[in-house]
Ligand binder design. Structure first.
Ligand code: FCB
Length: 457
């Protein structure tokens, strides 16, 4: 019998999908639903509306789907705006609803990872100045405490914030997301408050639930200088410091240093991390153009690699290995890939993305980098922020028809199921679902002349 190659993960490795409240629940009332009302902000002026109808009860059927995919974990977020719809008034029914979701996951053999903040805020919080307010960390942590107290018997794995630097830049520097500010000062202030909020939440969760595991989801933007590198490299370094380094370093040192700003001390942040979440999607080229006043540093799509739609950058999933290596070497924390995926309505790129990503995880594990789980973005197509329901931004293993709420399985879902069921990747899986990758991933399994096969027996 021939022995087929397998790249197996350690026992207990978490396989799942990730979702976020505002993107799937529907019927949201928060700063985002308010923002969606303004013309020209969302693709075709769409609203999140009913989204995937999780709040109306469809989470159960979608968790069934995740269970069919042999997922043993699921990352989802809970909405602050539902749990504290008015300042200081907590809605026990909303907590009860989230309890139902977590129970539903446990019933299906899936361990929940709960994100406490995934981009959206209660309207009252936004009206009080949102993340620019000095009170923001304290307001956030009051909610966090209530939420964790209400859910602690159903969850130990907490993610405080999703992509704080993406939120700070999209909302306060580029003005694409609420509150639509375009100010370096506001961005820096919001980012510092998000850092304080994370630190306060970390300590609060540990005091409510000492055996909890608390981390946050870091968006890792792949960045290279455009050619000529000597000219553009300082731009790449500044963008890297802003998006990839500053927040994480503050958790190591207690000092928050954004590019072109004075360092500030946030002592509570030092060591406030049990694990690091990595979300890796795209590669960009950093550019420096001194003629663009106030905007001299930019990024653009790379050439020579597959790229995503519109402004989406280069798709180089194998780089996940280097991202993990860099983060582990610097921060020394266990790592979860809390999101990884690709905008791909026709499902032509996703299988390759998944297989290359899983191989990158396996390589990382081979170096003893402690990768604990992988959450694919996303289980099903959902509301993609400013891109709304633009079909080009379909991320799901299941396609969602937003008129009928029908879900259709993509072939990638079947591939992912095989990987989760086998706890890794095998030559068979690659041969069946992404045959063009077989010579690269399992060279000994492909292209060998028939006669050699005989010799094996
Ligand atoms: C990430 C976000 C997630 C989703 C994916 C495509 O940056 O965390 O909500 O929008 O991108």
């Amino acid at each position: 019998m021939s022995v087929r190659a397998q790249l197996l993960m350690p026992e207990g490795f978490l396989w799942g999908c990730a979702t976020a409240a505002h993107q799937v629940e529907g019927d949201s009332v928060d700063d985002w639903s308010q923002w969606e009302e303004g013309a020209g902000r969302i693709y075709q002026n769409q609203r999140s509306g009913a989204a995937c109808e999780w709040w109306r009860g469809r989470f159960g059927e979608d968790f069934d789907r995740a269970a069919t995919l042999r997922n043993n974990a699921q990352r989802l977020s809970i909405a602050w705006s539902r749990i504290e719809p008015q300042e200081g008034q907590f809605d026990d029914a909303a907590i009860g609803r989230y309890r139902e979701m977590l129970v539903a996951l446990h019933d299906r053999g899936m361990k929940p990872m709960v994100t406490l903040h995934h981009f959206t805020n209660p309207i009252w919080f936004a009206e009080r100045g949102g993340w620019l307010s000095e009170e923001a960390p304290a307001l956030f942590v009051r909610y966090v405490r209530r939420a964790v107290e209400g859910l602690a018997d159903l969850c130990q794995l907490w993610c405080t914030l999703n992509e704080p630097m993406v939120l700070a830049t999209q909302g306060y520097l580029f003005g694409y997301w609420p509150p639509g500010h375009k100010s370096m000062d506001d961005m820096a202030r919001a980012a510092a408050n998000l850092l304080r909020a994370h630190a306060a939440a970390y300590h609060a969760i540990k005091s409510v639930q000492p055996n909890s595991q608390v981390g946050y989801a870091h968006h890792h933007l792949g960045l290279q200088p455009k050619a000529p590198a000597f000219w553009h490299r300082p731009a790449a370094q500044a963008a890297d410091q802003l998006m990839n380094v500053a927040f994480n370093d503050a958790l190591l040192t207690g000092v928050f240093k954004l590019p072109f700003r004075r360092a500030i001390a946030v002592a509570s942040a030092k060591g406030a991390l049990d694990w690091l979440g990595v979300q890796y999607y795209q590669e960009r080229l950093a550019t420096f153009n001194p003629l663009k006043l106030g905007n001299a540093i930019g990024t653009e799509k790379p050439k020579g690699v597959p790229v995503g739609p519109k402004d989406w950058g280069g798709l180089v999933p194998q780089n996940l290995f280097g991202v993990i290596e860099r983060l582990y070497k610097r921060y020394g924390k266990p790592i979860y890939v809390t999101e990884s995926g690709v905008p791909d309505p026709e499902d032509t790129l996703r299988r390759q993305w998944i297989v290359e990503s899983v191989r990158a995880l396996w390589r990382a594990l081979g170096f003893n980098y402690p990768v604990r789980g992988y959450f694919f973005w996303s289980l099903l197509d959902n509301f993609e922020w400013a891109e709304g329901y633009d079909p080009r931004y379909s991320f799901g293993l299941y396609q969602t028809n937003f008129q009928t709420q029908q879900r259709t399985q993509r072939l990638s879902a079947v591939l992912y199921r095989e990987i989760c069921a086998q706890n890794g990747l095998s030559a068979e899986i690659v041969a069946q679902y992404v045959p063009e990758l077989l010579p690269k991933l399992f060279p000994g399994e492909s292209g060998a002349p028939q006669v050699r096969l005989k010799e094996r027996y």
